[in-house]
Ligand binder design. Structure first.
Ligand code: AHR
Length: 328
């Protein structure tokens, strides 16, 4: 009898241990809606999210929206139907998310935003946002430019009294576009040198290399001899613009100072070749922070509403030395 009791107790203990282990080890399922693959940066961001999901043991349901907000909304609705543990997404544009996020809230599925910001009527529609600070990136672009113009004694090419700037903007309505644009123009307005600068033209290149090239071609058609500076809101557009500048018979980084945002390997290569002047980093390696934050949320821990990743500024002079350590 004693032996039977002992065997029963041992097997009950084993069952409890096994079931509590299976509770602890329950694999989390996270749905993630990515914008698409518009840039070298975005590809690095996607690769990092997938690698980090693996490292965290997450069952990742990944969806590529191919640059369409409606596809992101559809993907989020599918994740809700699949009863995932948490939904992550990169908002392609800042607005238009209220309804779908209300659906997620009704289904009690927490939402964690990555990379770009969003504007919603009720902040409780998402738990937190982790990612980049595009306003500060825009300010850093102007600060670098202003210093460079003075250190290098850059003069207007047309002999006038203004340094003429053209801007290649990102996707219309994206926080990365408005943030960088506002940061740049606020820093310019606040600068004691503000009267030296003139924004000659500003148009979207949708964060792609091809559109960056096309829009730069049209800028050059109308203002070939007046453009002194190109601010491209991402490196891919700068790389496209470099081709347009060369095709117009001008020397990139000499005739036209080029500063962009991201810090991808392609722009480092261009800086090493003397074709670009600086890049302000926008760090795509957000996967580990994303899943660490997601795990905290799912454990019921509180997390800050907004967490930014670290970002540097890389002038061409540092490119050769820094290049080997670049991870994307
Ligand atoms: O949201 C980040 C921006 O989106 C990056 O600057 C750009 O390359 C990407 O497409």
């Amino acid at each position: 009898m004693k032996l039977v009791k002992a065997v029963l107790a041992a097997s009950l203990g084993a069952v409890i241990a096994a079931s509590s282990m299976s509770v602890q080890a329950k694999q989390l399922t996270i749905g993630f809606s990515q914008i698409g693959a518009e840039s070298e940066w975005r590809t690095a961001n996607t690769n990092d999210v997938k690698a980090a999901a693996k490292a965290h043991g997450i069952n990742l349901k990944f969806s590529d929206a191919q640059q369409k907000q409606e596809n992101q909304i559809k993907a989020i609705r599918t994740f809700i139907a699949q009863k995932v543990d948490l939904i992550g997404f990169v908002p392609i544009v800042a607005t238009g998310w209220d309804n779908i996020l209300r659906e997620a809230k009704r289904a009690k599925i927490p939402v964690l935003v990555m990379d770009r910001d969003l504007t919603v009527s009720d902040p409780s529609l998402y738990v937190a946002k982790i990612g980049t600070d595009s306003y500060t990136e825009g300010r850093k672009v102007f600060d670098w430019l202003d210093k460079y113009v003075h250190d290098k004694n850059i003069k207007p090419r047309n002999g006038g009294d203004k340094i003429n700037i053209v801007i290649l903007e990102g996707t219309v309505g994206a926080s990365a576009t408005t943030g960088r644009g506002n940061g740049f123009s606020d820093a310019l307005k606040e600068s004691p040198n503000k009267d030296l600068y003139n924004v000659l033209a500003s148009q979207t290149g949708d964060f792609t290399r091809q559109k960056g090239q096309e829009v730069m071609e049209s800028f050059l058609k109308s203002n070939r001899n007046d453009i002194d500076v190109l601010f491209a809101m991402n490196d891919d557009m700068a790389l496209g613009a470099i081709q347009a500048i060369e095709a117009a018979g001008l020397v990139p980084a000499k005739d036209i100072t080029i500063v962009s945002v991201d810090g991808v390997k392609g722009i480092f290569q261009a800086m090493i070749e003397g074709k670009a002047n600086a890049t302000v980093e926008c760090n795509p390696l957000q996967g580990d922070l994303f899943f660490t934050t997601a795990e905290k949320i799912l454990k019921g821990e509180s997390v800050p509403k907004s967490v930014f990743v670290e970002e540097g500024v890389y002038p061409a002079e540092t490119a050769k030395e820094v290049f080997p350590s670049r991870k994307y």
